[in-house]
Structures are given as structure tokens and as C-alpha cells.
Design a binder for this molecule. Structure first.
Ligand code: PLP
Length: 713
């Protein structure tokens, strides 16, 4: 952030509060900015850095003289300082490992806040939530990734339903980032050999309470134009760009940490993208005089790897010549062992022998995990030939089921209700199922009123989006219609918001259009659907599916009860996972490794209607949502689609709609509210990042810590 606004002395800390994304998941801190100027808070889509540049000096002066505001401000600042100190945290109590040697967490994307569009979807959201929780638990932790100056694209849909991708340069003045500084105070720049040249990388620091993230950017004037573009966009390039990005992420990432003086005890590779960390660390150890075998073993004992993809083709793999071309300058002391290193990535997943990033990571990590129990089984089967050659261990591939950062995803409205009925310290112990028993004691009317408010916020958000577009672009009516002009505020609302890609089957609910139309148009028991989601720029199938949905939204036979909200991101996701009544998830089994949007929804009392894939077989407990169960598994995809669609319609017709519209004299649906309670009670403590990260610590990080700190065997 450049020209910092002049703040009144008494509230000068607002700048610090705004530039540390810790505020994102802390209610008191958010309240500071909301109170400061609610209009500007809304106008900036909740971006305090930008806010501080827009708020009128008179507002700031008034706030600095308002005792109520100051009390709030002081409390938020106190909490921030305490988070940074990391004292009295779970880690401090749990472990004698101290905070001197961190867990280094590498990920190609991080979803921290909508103002920093360096994420595409689920992988980024998981990484972002993981980091937020690491701060909460007081872990010694540092994140490494990319600062894509053009980020991931913004989605705009034409009147004909075709997705257009708009890339916007991030405005640094409005971003909660600062240049990372070396020990001597200068802005950090590191050099990464790429092919036969050297690429310079600058580094941005993002603060997150108790931890920091370091994000790399190649857009420096010293670099050639094509190198400046290397980190411009997330998933924007071809294979060549991809392998070069991954070299920078892995090798550059290690170098940044060294330059900043970090000595990580644990190296966590979130997905195979960061696999080249292994190369750089082996090289370092060889240059310190170790043999290749010793170096690889040392790296293995201290590396943790999480795989996220149940599809063989979804794992990054490159032809050997491509890898060798771009690694040409990276070997250094590893030069004599090139073949040994390349062998670590050698794998044939069915399309020939390639240098496979997942194979490299699996052979180089003592802790490997999948992201749900079912995904664990799929992974063990898919990688069976490779697992056989690994050193024998009890659990070569563990499963640590994903979670979501609860205080980040729970709606403010619901949080207020929980504050009234749950034990006072529920936040501090939210991964304890016993704390959530008290959900049962919330009166049905109260919880229903909360849910109705949550739906109305979502409804208003969708309407406001349409209005803004209409004002801004004076767009033709079809797009207004597709935006959801005819949605009702009290109708049963089904949400489907996720990446538009074929395996998630976004159009499954249209399998029998007449049956769907009857369901939507029932005058006494109306149903509506809100869709959102981006298709990957190169995913033609996903774009066609999106277009299909968009056209359906315009089709009068569905009565205007289908809407498509453009530009799905964290901001849109918050409204939808909180405000819908039902969360629909119908991937083609077993292709959804985990899925996390359903967890966000369930914790907010939005009932899942889901295929038994990913996390849902663990989450579904009968009575806390519904399982789409066709009763049979077909080898033939179109027969499976038909069976799944039929099972979905039957659920909606016979169970979901009747339960929602079964009201008492005061219009309260007791049966429904009973399920809402079950959903919150069972899912919140189990599928949160608090449970997840503690599990990572115990099962994945600890063995590596013990090795690094010389405290183990
Ligand atoms: C939670 C989330 C996702 C991941 O959702 P899935 O259920 O895994 O598809 C993707 N994008 C955004 C913006 C999210 O908030």
C-alpha cells in the first residue's frame, strides 16, 4: 500500500488493522470497519485498505472522538496483538517444539479474501482456511505461494450465456500486501535459474495475525517480457508456463525462506504443484556434503504431502525433455545425480511415462494424505504400484478429511443466535461436539427467524447485483432475468455454486425438464434455484454446461425461478452458503475428493442434498440432510445420470419440499428446523479446520517435527 491516508493519532492503528488480513475472520475487527462507515464498507465489498482511502476525514475525526467506537477499536487492536504473540494458544500448551522452526506450507493458490483474487476454487479456499486456523492455534507457520498480479479472472456472461474472462490488474494501493524485506531492510528480490537464464522474483508479504504468507511475483522490469508474465495469472498458461511456474514456486519458494532466515522443521506441499521444493532441498543437502540417498531421506522425513485429485489426468505431469529444459540451470551440486532425481518423478499413469509431480511428492514425503476417507481409498488404489515401492509403513496414504474455518464461514446472524444459546466459550472449543448439544435447546421460532433473515440477506445481495449491472451497463433484459429478477424472498431456495465442470454435473437437475418445471412452479410450494460458478478458461465442456444453465434460466417454462449469479468468489460464496435452504451436490462419484462448500452450508443450517461422494459419506448421519442414493452403481455414465437424477427428484418431491412447507399456525416448519439443528450440531464440530489442523499436527506434522528437532527416534 502506498500513500497511506492520514489517520487521527488516536486511531492510527487502523492502518495496521486493515493491512493484516486477520480482521477477515474476527468479528470485533470487522465491526470496527462496519461502524467506521457502513456505506463505504459495502461499496468496497469489504476492503478496509480501500476504505481508509475513501472515508471522509470528518468521519475519521468523528470516530476518533466517539467513545463507543474507541472501545471497539481498542478491543480489536488488543486481540490482534494477542494473535500475533501466539501466546496461550493450543500449540503453546500442546507442544514443547517452540516457535523457532515453522511449518512451511506451499500452495499454488490461497483464498484469503475477495480483495486478493489469487485463488480459483476449492484448493485455494482450503489453503486459506488452513492458514487462518494455523494463526488461531498459534502454530509456527509460514505460507509460500504466488502473487498473481492479474489473479484469477472475473467472470462476465454474455446475453447468450457464454463465459467471458476478464483479467484485471490488482491495484496495489487497495491490497493488503506489502513488499517483503530482507534482514537489511531492503525489498527482497531473489534469483531463480530457469532454463539457461535467471528470472528475478519479488516477494509480497501478507500478514495473517500470528503468521505470514510470502507471495512471489516475476513482474520486475529487469525480467524479459515473457518472464514478467510468468506469474501474471493463476492457471492462465500452457504446459510450458505451468512447469516454469512450478519451478519458481518450489525452488524460488525455498530460496525466499532462506533469504528471510527461516529454517522450517516441516515442509508441507499442498498438492503436487510445489514438488520442486524437493529438488532444491536435496541440492542444499548435497552441497553440505550429504550423499544423494542421505539427502533424499532427510527431505523425506521432513516433508508432508497432501493430494487432492481422484482423477489420474488431474495430476500434473510433464514430458521429461520439458522438465529438463527448464531445470537446466537448477542442478548445481545435484548435477551428478540428475538421473536419480528425475527417477523420483517417473510414472506412467496410463498416458505414457512422464515426470509426474504427484509421484515426485509421494516418493519424497514420509507423510502423505488424501482429503476424505473415501478419497483415501481411491488414492491408495490409484497409486498402488507406486505405494508398493515406498518404504514400508502402516499407513502409506492417510486420510485427513477437509474442514472449513468456522468463524470465517458462519453468518453473523447465526453467530449471534449461537451466542445466546451455546456455552459462553463455544468459540474457543468449537471442535468439541459436546459444545454443540445446546443447539437443540434453541427454540424453533428463533432459529427459523434466523434462517429467514439469512435467506433475505442472500436474496437482497442477488437483487442488488442485478440492479448494479442494470445501472452500470444498461444491459438487455435477458441478462437481468438470468440474474434472478423473479426470485422470491420466502421460496425454498436450492443453491448450486461450484466450479462449472463436467464431473460436478451442474445440469443434472435438468435431466427431466418437465419434472423440474412442475417442482419449481407449484404455486403453493414454490422452489427456486440459484447457480453460480466459473468454468476454467480452457474447459470447453464446463463453459457449455454453464451456457446450458444460463439458457434454462431464461426459459419461461421454469417461471423465472432459476438465477445465475456471475463471478463466483468468496464474497458470493458467503451469501450463498449462508442464505440458501438446500445445498445441492451431485458430482459423478468418486470424482469429488472432498468438497467443502457443503460443509460451509451445513454449519450454517443449509441442508445438504448430496451424492454419497467426497466428505458426505462421513457427514451424512440421517436427519441432518439427505443422501441422493440411486441404489445402484452403473458402469455406464448416462444410465448413472438417469438413476441419480431420478433419485434427486424423488428426494425433492417426497421429502425436501414437504418438510420445508409443513408449517404450524405461526408459519414455522418444525420438522425442517429439527433437521437444521442436526445439520449444525453434527457438522460444525467435525468438519471445521480446527479439528482438521489438530489432526494434521498429530498425524502428519509431529513425526517431521520430532525428526527435525532431534526429539524423535
Ligand atoms: C468453498 C468454495 C469452493 C469449494 O467448493 P466445493 O464444494 O469444493 O466445490 C470453491 N470456490 C469458492 C469461492 C468457495 O468458497
Amino acid at each position: 500500500m502506498s500513500d497511506s491516508p492520514v489517520l487521527p493519532e488516536r486511531i492510527a492503528g487502523l492502518h495496521d488493522l486493515a493491512t493484516d488480513l486477520w480482521w477477515v475472520w474476527h468479528r470485533d475487527a470487522r465491526e470496527v470497519f462496519r461502524r467506521l462507515d457502513y456505506k463505504v464498507w459495502r461499496l468496497t465489498a469489504h476492503n478496509p485498505v480501500r476504505m481508509l482511502r475513501l472515508v471522509a476525514p470528518e468521519r475519521l475525526a468523528a470516530a476518533a472522538a466517539d467513545p463507543a467506537f474507541l472501545a471497539l477499536y481498542d478491543e480489536a487492536m488488543r486481540q490482534l496483538q494477542s494473535a500475533r504473540a501466539g501466546e496461550q494458544t493450543w500449540w503453546a500448551e500442546r507442544s514443547d517444539m517452540g516457535r523457532s522452526r515453522p511449518i512451511a506450507y506451499f500452495s499454488a493458490e490461497f483464498a484469503l479474501h475477495q480483495s486478493l483474487p489469487i485463488y480459483a476454487g476449492g484448493l485455494g479456499v482450503l489453503a486459506g482456511d488452513h492458514c487462518k486456523e494455523a494463526s488461531d492455534l498459534g502454530l509456527p507457520f509460514v505460507g509460500v505461494g504466488f502473487m498473481y498480479p492479474q489473479g484469477y479472472f472475473h467472470q462476465s456472461v454474455t446475453a447468450d450465456g457464454w463465459q467471458e474472462e476478464i483479467y484485471e490488474q490488482i491495484n496495489w494501493e487497495n491490497a493488503a500486501t506489502q513488499p517483503a524485506r530482507a534482514a537489511d531492510g531492503s525489498e527482497l528480490v531473489i534469483a531463480v535459474p530457469l532454463g539457461n537464464r535467471t528470472v528475478l522474483v519479488s516477494v509480497w508479504q501478507v500478514k495473517l495475525g500470528g503468521i505470514s504468507l510470502y507471495l512471489m511475483d516475476t513482474n520486475l522490469p529487469e525480467n524479459a517480457p515473457w518472464d514478467r508474465e510468468l506469474s501474471a495469472r493463476l492457471y492462465g498458461g500452457d504446459r510450458e508456463t505451468r512447469v516454469q511456474q512450478e519451478i519458481i514456486l518450489g525452488i524460488g519458494g525455498v530460496r525466499i525462506l532462506r533469504a528471510l532466515g527461516y529454517e522450517p522443521a516441516v515442509w508441507h506441499l499442498n498438492e503436487g504443484h510445489a514438488g520442486f521444493v524437493v529438488l532444491e532441498r536435496i541440492r542444499e543437502l548435497l552441497e553440505q556434503g550429504r550423499s544423494f540417498e542421505e539427502a533424499h531421506e532427510e527431505v523425506r522425513r521432513t516433508t508432508v504431502f497432501t493430494t487432492h485429485t481422484p482423477v489420474p489426468a488431474g495430476h500434473d505431469a510433464f514430458p521429461f525433455h520439458m522438465v529438463e529444459t527448464h531445470l537446466a540451470g537448477c542442478w548445481g551440486g545435484l548435477g551428478a545425480h540428475r538421473e536419480d532425481f528425475l527417477a523420483l518423478g517417473r510414472y506412467d499413469n496410463g498416458s505414457g511415462t512422464l515426470f509426474n509431480m504427484t509421484a515426485l511428492a509421494m516418493r519424497s514425503a514420509a507423510g502423505v494424505n488424501a482429503v476424505s476417507q473415501l478419497h483415501g481409498e481411491v488414492t491408495r488404489e490409484m497409486w498402488a504400484p507406486l505405494i508398493e515401492e515406498l518404504p514400508r509403513q502402516d499407513e502409506p496414504v492417510k486420510a485427513v478429511t477437509n474442514g472449513v474455518h468456522l468463524t470465517n464461514w458462519l453468518s453473523l446472524e447465526l453467530t449471534r443466535t449461537l451466542d445466546k444459546y451455546l456455552p459462553a466459550d463455544w468459540r474457543a472449543h468449537h471442535d468439541d461436539p459436546a459444545i454443540w448439544e445446546a443447539v437443540r435447546s434453541i427454540p424453533d421460532e428463533v432459529l427459523w427467524e434466523t434462517r429467514e433473515k439469512m435467506r433475505s440477506y442472500m436474496y437482497n445481495f442477488v437483487r442488488e447485483r442485478i440492479r448494479e449491472r442494470w445501472v452500470r451497463e444498461n444491459i438487455a433484459p435477458p441478462r437481468v432475468l438470468a440474474g434472478g429478477t423473479f426470485l422470491g424472498q420466502h421460496a425454498l431456495t436450492i443453491g448450486f455454486a461450484r466450479r462449472m465442470t463436467m464431473y460436478k454435473r451442474p445440469d443434472l437437475i435438468f435431466h427431466d425438464p418437465d419434472r423440474l418445471a412442475r417442482l419449481l412452479n407449484d404455486p403453493k410450494r414454490p422452489v427456486q434455484i440459484v447457480f453460480a460458478g466459473k468454468a476454467h478458461p480452457a474447459d470447453e465442456g464446463g463453459k457449455h454446461a454453464l451456457q446450458g444453465i444460463y439458457r434454462r434460466a431464461l426459459d419461461p417454462r421454469f417461471g423465472g425461478r432459476i438465477a445465475f449469479v456471475e463471478d463466483y468468489d468468496l464474497h458470493v460464496a458467503h451469501y450463498l452458503v449462508q442464505g440458501c435452504d438446500v445445498w445441492l451436490n451431485n458430482p459423478r462419484k468418486p470424482l469429488e475428493a472432498s468438497g467443502t462448500s457443503g460443509m460451509k452450508a451445513a454449519a450454517n443450517g443449509v441442508l445438504n442434498v448430496s451424492i454419497g461422494d467426497g466428505w458426505w459419506p462421513e457427514g451424512f448421519a440421517g436427519g441432518n440432510g439427505w443422501l441422493i442414493d440411486p441404489g445402484v452403481e452403473h458402469g455406464d455414465p448416462s444410465a448413472q445420470d438417469a438413476a441419480d437424477a431420478d433419485a434427486l427428484y424423488r428426494l425433492l418431491e417426497n421429502e425436501v419440499v414437504p418438510a420445508f412447507y409443513d408449517r404450524d399456525d405461526h408459519d414455522v416448519p418444525h420438522r425442517w428446523v429439527g433437521m437444521v439443528k442436526e445439520s449444525i450440531r453434527t457438522v460444525a464440530p467435525q468438519f471445521c479446520t480446527r479439528r482438521m489442523l489438530k489432526e494434521y499436527v498429530e498425524r502428519m506434522y509431529m513425526p517431521a517435527f520430532e525428526h527435525s528437532m532431534g526429539k524423535g527416534k
